[in-house]
Design a binder for this molecule. Structure first.
Ligand code: ATP
Length: 329
């Protein structure tokens, strides 16, 4: 599926999420500036000459320099499922995400890439408020699911996390049977009233996760008794069982061998028929294989978001190019 994009060619839209007008016009103008998205070209050339993290004679902090960079590419979509507007994230005093504005399109697979510590996991965790579990983490700006403010104090995070499910780096099945791992979510969310309905959801979820044939004869066996790749597919089945709209995947293959990784990548392609998927990955090959669009982050800033093919063959920003060609990483 790599490079076949159902979001390709979408124009930056005038969207109706509140308070975006100024930002939208700045985003629209990015592609016409012809300056690789930088207001001050010297900032980038100094950064590149001195090593990306050494801003030489520039007296400002890295965050201030990075803040000057305008996101290039196509951050806004007509088909937005989730939207971020001017998102800043702080851990105590430290700013981990700087003014991120972008959409994630319906049924697209978007890959989030960038050097270690650039904020990929942080931005992913904002999308279903997993950062709420970190005391010293503060999220500012707007985050929306189909236009609904997910940081509205009235928003109940339990149903939100069912709508925006998450698969973690390390497979983390519950210490329960395979059946109960998948049945857990539908039970606690009250999605079914009869056992036969639950059986159907469990089977369908395991089928969608490509695991049914391997486990149908041992549904009562422990989830933790499966191989790593099977456990990760079980976790995906558990996520799917509550019918999420969006699935967030934080390096879902990093603990898996190449064969299990290939299975998960095939699965991502299949799941994208029905779900919107945002995946954080350290593997540029994986991003190229599974995603329609790719977002490149650097020091907490969204530098570029574009069709995956474009990002890996002809990126708009020099920082993206420096990363994909291995000059930073
Ligand atoms: N719980 C936390 N408390 C304090 N700082 C944190 C916390 N989590 C992340 N950070 C910091 O925020 C920044 C972004 O971290 P994050 O984990 O989002 O980056 P990442 O791009 O996902 O990194 P990696 O690729 O190494 O997983 C880093 O500087 C990191 O040290």
């Amino acid at each position: 599926m790599a490079f076949s994009s159902n979001v390709r060619g979408n124009n930056v839209r005038g969207n109706n999420v509140r308070g975006n007008n100024a930002r939208d016009s700045s985003l629209r103008s990015n592609n016409t500036r012809g300056n690789n998205g930088l207001r001050n070209k010297n900032v980038l050339s100094q950064a590149l000459q001195g090593g990306i993290n050494d801003y030489g004679r520039d007296q400002r902090s890295e965050t201030e320099v990075i803040r000057e960079i305008d996101t290039v590419g196509v951050p806004l979509l007509d088909t937005a499922k989730m939207s971020m507007r001017g998102v800043d994230v702080f851990y105590g005093e430290k700013q981990a995400i700087v003014d991120v504005t972008m959409d994630i399109g319906k049924n697209e697979v978007i890959a989030m890439i960038g050097p270690s510590g650039c904020g990929k996991s942080t931005i992913l965790r904002c999308l279903n408020r997993m950062n709420d579990t970190i005391d010293h983490c503060r999220v500012e700006g707007g985050l929306f699911l189909e236009g609904q403010d997910i940081y509205d104090p009235k928003m109940d995070v339990v149903p939100l996390r069912a709508r925006v499910g998450m698969v973690f780096q390390k497979p983390n099945p519950f210490p329960k049977s395979i059946y109960d791992n998948v049945a857990y979510g539908p039970r606690i969310h009250g999605l079914v009233s009869r056992r036969i309905e639950l059986d159907e959801i469990v089977e369908l979820s395991l089928r969608k996760a490509g695991l049914w044939d391997e486990v149908k004869d041992r549904l009562d066996g422990p989830g933790t008794g499966l191989s790593g790749g099977q456990q990760q597919r079980l976790c995906i089945a558990r996520t799917i069982a509550v019918s999420p709209e969006v699935i967030l995947m934080d390096e879902p293959c990093s603990a898996l061998d190449p064969i299990a990784t290939a299975r998960i990548e095939e699965l991502i392609a299949e799941l994208s028929q029905n779900f919107t998927i945002a995946i954080v990955t350290h593997s540029m090959q994986q991003a190229a294989r599974v995603s329609h669009r790719t977002a490149y982050f650097h020091l907490g800033k969204l530098i570029e978001v574009n069709d995956t093919e474009k990002v890996f063959t002809n990126p708009d920003h020099q920082l993206t190019e420096a990363y994909i060609t291995g000059r930073i990483g």
